[in-house]
Design a protein around this ligand. Sequence first.
Ligand SMILES: Cc1cc2nc3c(=O)[nH]c(=O)nc-3n(C[C@H](O)[C@H](O)[C@H](O)COP(=O)(O)O)c2cc1C
Length: 203
Amino acid sequence: MPDALPYVLILYYSRHGATRALAEQIAAGVESRSGIAARLRTVPPVSPTCEAVDPEIPAEGAVYASLDDLRHCTALALGSPTRFGNMAAPLKHFIDTTSELWVGGALIDKPATAFTSTSSLHGGQESTLISMLLPLLHHGMVYAGLPYSETELYTTTAGGTPYGASHLAGQRSDKPLDEAERHLAFAQGRRLARLALALEGAR
Ligand SMILES: Cc1cc2nc3c(=O)[nH]c(=O)nc-3n(C[C@H](O)[C@H](O)[C@H](O)COP(=O)(O)O)c2cc1C
């Protein structure tokens, strides 16, 4: 059952909290606009043997996403830590369950974006963002990165790319979002909310 208020689904996986920090900042950007809400959802970890069964509600953070969360969203922000230059398996695992939405065209013409966190500066942020873009294109979504009118893109010494928000968490995963990263994630959420409302009117 769709919410009365349209919502941006912020769907992410985060093992150590860095990607989650970006997700929360994007949510703040979404909620800075009126008439639209942010819905934060995560996905459970996966194991190589697929024998692990997680409790239905995680011990902390956002609750697990359902297909209906995705089906009824007005826009989507997809977030994952970088793993070998790619999105993490738990997020890919969830995306691989979305065939019925693809068959029904549930996400066609909805705006989408992506965000990521890495331990090293050149550890593959852009390639991970592009890896998340691929399934979004297959679903017929309209990808929105970050425009250079966000001037922090010129000056950042950590995360923040035209492909989407990102964070340099450091080798110990202990760096908080810096000012530019916070600004860019917020701007990404705010822009996605604006596009969501505009495209919803056009659909
Ligand atoms: C299996 C694995 C692969 C990783 N691959 C990369 C990588 O390619 N580049 C990188 O900079 N960091 C890599 N990392 C580090 C994470 O991307 C980084 O710690 C990230 O900030 C974790 O986000 P989280 O706190 O949301 O879990 C990897 C971590 C793991 C566990």
